[in-house]
Design a protein. Structure first.
Length: 394
């Protein structure tokens, strides 16, 4: 495998910027806009949560096929097609006054998420650089971690100026004018370089084989528990902060801390890489997730602790974004990473899909206290599994 050229290093930054804007437009738009949609459309939060749930279910169904397509060299086409699908879906979402149109738009966003966000980007990088892709993945996540920081204040300002429909149309324009060309340029440059010779071209059998590996299911359970915890809280962060006593301005400011905290967590991981192995880093990260839920519970007494929750939760999930592909590649092999990661995405994305409706049900049944308590139980369960499933030294 040849080292990265200057052009390929630039390509990584192009993809990183595309990922940041893609996540802001295709993913975080729900958490950033849910209060505006609730007020304008009059639908309850459980109904609204069906949108991202449908998107994640579609993304999970497509993940194995997308992963194998990347392993066969079709990553650049997927990155471009996904950005285009996202733009069209956002244009449909901007005109959604009926629930059927709303769900149709989110179905299209599910196609976009599966085709051009992290999993495809990471598989593209691993295909080109092999296990040496960790530094490129870190660079991508450092920039993409700012997606929520961009999404929450931008949605608040644009909604006040243009209304919710105008805000979604702006997101569609960003997808066409920025995400698509960034993905096209970055992916094309990487496609010109030779693929890591140690990587193979998997068939359908690659996915079936990994399903017989007990370690696959241990990792899948760990990532699923973390996703449930994280997306239950992030999806309803603004209403939870409001219920904990923060005003609207402070709630948006606290939510915007998640992105910078992700970046800081990843920078801390980079600085400690030589002395902090992946196993120990995973355990410490899960301890931080537990601490974040505790801070959010205490915010009911001291509302400003919501900023502490956002910082700790963001840092932990930012680090896990880097650790996850490393855990998968190290534990299950990098030769067919795309296919393996695609299969891994099914249970983990299903947990992400379950998180918004489950969060809505918990809020309706017992308010913020029940939601936060459930998130804490999930975090403790994930920590317990990590202590058993992930060796300290890996």
């Amino acid at each position: 495998m040849t080292p990265a050229s200057a052009a390929e290093r630039r390509a990584v930054w192009l993809l990183a910027t595309g990922q940041m804007l893609g996540y802001a437009c295709f993913f975080y738009i729900f958490a950033a806009m849910v209060v505006s949609w609730h007020d304008a459309l009059g639908w309850d939060k459980a109904t609204l949560a069906l949108g991202p749930t449908l998107a994640i279910l579609i993304s999970a169904a497509l993940a194995p096929f997308v992963g194998r397509a990347v392993d066969r060299g079709h990553g650049p086409r997927l990155m471009v097609a996904g950005a285009l699908a996202g733009a069209v879906s956002l244009a449909v979402l901007a005109g959604a006054s009926r629930q059927g149109v709303y769900l149709l738009a989110w179905a299209g966003l599910g196609v976009a998420q599966a085709s051009c966000l992290y999993e495809v980007c990471f598989a593209l990088l691993i295909r080109r650089f092999g296990l040496a892709a960790r530094s490129a993945i870190t660079r991508v996540t450092l920039v993409a971690g700012l997606a929520s920081t961009l999404a929450f204040p931008a949605a608040a300002a644009l909604t006040q100026a243009l209304g919710w429909q105008g805000t979604v149309r702006v997101a569609a324009a960003v997808a066409v004018l920025a995400v698509l060309p960034l993905h096209l340029a970055g992916a094309r440059i990487l496609a010109r370089g030779p693929a890591d010779g140690r990587l193979g071209t998997p068939g359908t059998a690659a996915g079936k084989t990994v399903l017989r590996d007990a370690h696959f299911w241990r990792l899948a359970a760990l990532f699923s528990l973390m996703n449930l915890n994280h997306w239950m809280l992030i999806s309803f962060m603004l209403p939870v902060f409001a219920a904990q006593g923060l005003g609207a301005g402070l709630a948006v400011a606290a939510a915007a801390c998640v992105g910078p905290a992700q970046v800081l967590g990843r920078l801390a991981l980079m600085r400690s890489e030589a002395r902090l192995g992946t196993g120990l880093a995973t355990r410490l990260t899960l301890c931080a997730v537990v601490a974040a839920s505790v801070l959010l519970a205490l915010a009911g007494v001291a509302p400003l602790l919501a900023f502490g929750f956002a910082a700790v939760q963001g840092a932990a999930m930012g680090v896990m974004t880097i650790l996850r592909p490393v855990l998968v590649a190290d534990g299950l092999g990098s030769r067919t990473y795309g296919a393996t990661a695609g299969m891994m995405s099914i249970p983990t994305l299903l947990s992400s899909a379950a998180a918004p409706p489950l969060g809505a049900l918990l809020l309706a049944a017992g308010g913020t206290g029940l939601l936060i308590g459930a998130a804490l139980v999930l975090a403790l369960a994930a920590l317990g599994l990590a202590l058993r499933a992930v060796p300290r030294r890996v």
